[in-house]
Design a protein around this ligand. Structure first.
Ligand SMILES: C[S@@+](CC[C@H](N)C(=O)[O-])C[C@H]1O[C@@H](n2cnc3c(N)ncnc32)[C@H](O)[C@@H]1O
Length: 286
């Protein structure tokens, strides 16, 4: 089956939001994740822990864009070719703002930007964007202007909940050194992601998506990505903590079916705590 990628359509984007009586827009939560669902501004997974586990992420990485933290951490750890994907265009916009911010903002200003992005009811309330807009790719800049009255970065919890995940001073400096421009973005549902891929990767990071999918779909998605991971490379799925970490079991059940071509690992960061974040790793053996 041939899958096409969505075209940027402002009417469609606005239609995913509801305008309240006072004129404030908010996302229609019934849609859950969609082509324009608001992005997260900080990841809820500690990527450092996973990189320690897998030791070497390799130079070629495909990762969910989401808040942009995943590609930024992979770049800091030495990955050279990083492709990102997401169902929501807002993830690309958040990622583009963050990579542009690295060039111009101090770490303190960057943390303030994350907070302002999350809390803004209207994009036009995020004052730092004015200084960044010229460094943001054209399609993201266009989207920001057209969606000025919408809360397109309002998903998830406030960044202050993720103090341990926000880059340290050293990490922020390393990101500034290694990230020179925007990441490549594939606008796609994970179900059809493989139809847009041409490369083979060392690491494919599918964090925090499978928790929202039925096991059969997880199984099909993993099978479709097999030819895009090099032998020895890993496909990883990680969850944040609390309720969602419990849902990793569906993913673990799905990956176990691939024993013929992969080495499988499922583990929790803290084994004594059922709410601690968890990861499933699938390493291609042949
Ligand atoms: C639950 S969110 C969590 C945010 C993430 N932990 C981070 O690093 O910011 C997962 C991300 O996956 C995207 N997503 C959800 N379902 C998807 C799907 N079926 N295909 C592609 N991306 C999807 C969402 O748009 C969102 O950006």
């Amino acid at each position: 089956m041939k899958y096409t990628r969505p075209n940027l359509n402002i009417d469609n984007a606005r239609a995913e939001y509801i305008i309240g009586q006072d004129g404030t827009a908010f996302y229609n939560q019934i849609l859950c994740f969609s082509n324009y669902s608001p992005s997260y501004v900080v990841t809820n997974e500690d990527i450092r822990w996973v990189s320690e586990l897998t030791k070497n992420d390799g130079p070629r990485v495909l990762t969910v864009a989401a808040s942009g933290d995943h590609p930024m951490f992979y770049a800091m750890h030495g990955a050279k070719n990083i492709d990102t994907f997401d169902l929501s265009f807002c993830a690309k916009v958040a990622m583009d703002i963050k990579t542009a911010a690295l060039k111009k903002l101090s770490r303190a200003e960057y943390i303030q930007l994350l907070s302002d992005m999350h809390t803004a009811n209207r994009v036009s309330d995020i004052k730092q964007i004015g200084t960044l807009i010229d460094d943001i790719p054209q399609n993201s800049a266009y989207f920001i202007k057209k969606m000025a009255a919408y809360p397109i970065f309002s998903n998830g919890l406030h960044p202050s909940y993720y103090k341990d995940i926000i880059p340290t001073d050293d990490e922020y400096a390393a990101m500034r050194d290694t990230i020179r421009g925007p990441f490549k973005f594939i606008w796609s549902d994970i179900k059809s992601l493989h139809t847009h891929l041409v490369d083979e990767y060392d690491t494919i990071n599918l964090s925090n998506i499978f928790e929202y999918m039925p096991p059969q779909q997880i199984h099909q998605t993993l099978a479709s990505l097999r030819n895009h991971i090099r032998p020895g490379g890993t496909i990883i799925a990680q969850t944040g903590n609390w309720g969602i970490s419990r849902k990793i079991s569906a993913y673990c059940d799905a990956v176990k079916k691939f024993k013929r071509w992969a080495r499988i690992g499922c583990l929790r960061k803290d084994n004594t705590n059922a709410n601690s974040e968890a990861i499933a790793i699938l390493q291609r053996t042949r």
